[in-house]
Design a protein around this ligand. Structure first.
Ligand SMILES: [Zn+2]
Length: 305
């Protein structure tokens, strides 16, 4: 267990090996701010800043001003004022490109309802294009085989389950006995935002749809000749690569955010391992065991009837 007494209040526990510059920061009153009221860890050295009045971390000298901001840095929280679309994409950009600013919200009260709504909207950004593409594909077929429709419905269900589980894993698995309860709760809530990179699937799907429409037009005008098949294969391959790569980017980003949120090396390690294992389990379950199990049962059923 981490010793709250020695790791907690820096003002009451000066380290024995502080260099003069650090001591100067500690005793300086020119930069003093209100003391941190709860356990909050330095983003660079994981030092517990509780009670700190200086603007700089006494351990490594890092600037704590971002942590001292009283208002949330997440644009999604202000969506009713700034507009949902703008707030949503600014939040996607914040999580994807400015992790430090995003993670500074660990120092402030966080609202779970905003975070859960963001995750739901992100899942819809991925799921709706897939749903529309499937419906368009089925609608374009000359004859609808009931067995084929069943497989399409099963695929849609499995993709939805995959998205729901994969985006929920960080929230539900984040814990460690050395982490203060407040830090655990805030970090778990902020983890709902880590699905943000998945939103990029929507513009890529729209772009793919536009290229497909252009290709279809070119085919009708007979501009592509015999190359139409190559065009379709190339387009689907590129889209397929993005569909696989973007969730991987989301997972990588989540592990990065978890490190920045909880800081304590032991807690970071155990939480990352738990999250990776749960991702593997949920991916195997939703994209492996369920679809193949149901497909096997369907084949057995149709072969018997
Ligand atoms: Zn520090």
């Amino acid at each position: 267990m981490r010793d709250e007494g020695t790791a907690g209040n820096p003002a009451s526990s000066p380290g024995p090996d502080l260099d003069p510059s650090t001591e100067e920061i500690r005793t300086s009153t020119s930069e003093d701010c209100a003391a941190f009221q709860h356990d909050i860890f330095c983003e660079h050295c994981a030092y517990n800043l509780r009670g700190l009045v200086s603007r700089r971390c006494p351990e490594c000298g890092a600037d704590t001003r971002l942590l001292r901001e009283s208002q949330s840095q997440i644009p999604w929280v202000y969506r009713h004022k700034t507009g949902r679309l703008r707030a949503y994409w600014k939040t996607v950009w914040l999580v994807g490109r400015h992790g430090e600013r995003f993670c500074s919200d660990i120092a402030r009260p966080v609202d779970i309802s905003h975070a859960k709504r963001f995750r739901l909207v992100t899942i819809l950004h991925v799921y709706i294009p897939i749903l529309i593409a499937t419906i368009l594909y089925l609608g374009g077929l000359n004859r609808l085989d009931p067995e084929f429709v069943l497989y399409a419905a099963l695929s849609l269900l499995c993709v939805l389950l995959f998205l729901l589980f994969v985006t929920a894993v960080p929230h539900y698995s984040l814990r460690h006995p050395d982490l203060p309860t407040e830090t655990q709760q805030r970090a778990a809530i902020l983890c709902w935002y880590t699905c943000a990179p998945l939103a990029c699937i929507l513009p890529i799907a729209v772009l793919t749809g536009a290229v497909a429409a252009a290709g279809s037009f070119a085919h009708e005008m007979n501009w592509l000749g015999s190359k139409m098949e190559d065009f379709v294969v190339a387009l689907l391959s590129v889209f397929g690569i993005f569909i696989v790569v973007i969730p991987v980017i989301m997972m990588w980003k989540t592990l990065f955010v978890v490190k920045r949120l909880i800081r304590l090396p032991k807690a970071v390690r155990s939480n990352r391992i738990r999250i990776i294992l749960l991702w593997l389990a949920t991916t195997l379950m939703t994209l492996g065991i369920i679809p193949f199990g149901v497909t096997f049962l369907v084949i057995v059923y149709f072969s018997l009837t």
